[in-house]
Write a protein that binds this ligand. Structure first.
Ligand code: SF4
Ligand code: SF4
Length: 133
């Protein structure tokens, strides 16, 4: 099982060894996909590999150590009722997060998402939303 998350630390709380330490404590593997450092915060997107219980423990320890944690499948919302199946998002998505169903409706797997925002910015009917950090 894998779960994509976004975690944000105030820079004063974050050091590079922290994620390794939490991986060891929780028995998970965390693959970093993207890191963004601002003058005040470090924002890391990555994927937790491990069962539900261990992934939960990984996120609990992150929070105890000062991280703000968001699960990507909660941050992104797809409104099937608005979608007109134009396929724009499927052609723009750089990962396999958006696929066609057999009937050419689309489905999202936000555990493959890297938050590039192309689907959000280009959907002609605003069927995809980003719910914020
Ligand atoms: S935000 Fe980017 S990666 Fe995520 S589903 Fe949309 S197009 Fe794909
Ligand atoms: S771009 Fe919008 S309307 Fe078009 S398939 Fe994707 S979600 Fe549906």
């Amino acid at each position: 099982m894998s779960k994509r998350i976004l975690v944000m630390f105030p820079n004063r709380e974050y050091k590079e060894s922290l994620l390794h330490e939490i991986m060891l404590k929780s028995g998970t593997i965390f693959n970093t996909i993207n890191t963004e450092v601002t003058p005040t915060h470090t924002k890391i997107m990555g994927e937790i590999k491990g069962d539900e219980e261990k992934a939960g423990e990984f996120m609990r320890i992150l929070k105890r150590r000062g991280g703000i944690v968001r699960e990507l499948d909660v941050m992104m919302k797809f409104d099937q009722a608005k979608c007109v199946s134009c396929g724009m998002c499927v052609s723009l998505c750089p990962t396999k997060a958006i696929l066609y169903n057999k009937d050419f409706s689309v489905k999202f797997d936000f555990n493959e998402c890297i938050l590039c925002m192309r689907c959000v910015e280009n959907c002609p009917v605003n069927a995809v939303s980003y719910l914020g950090d």
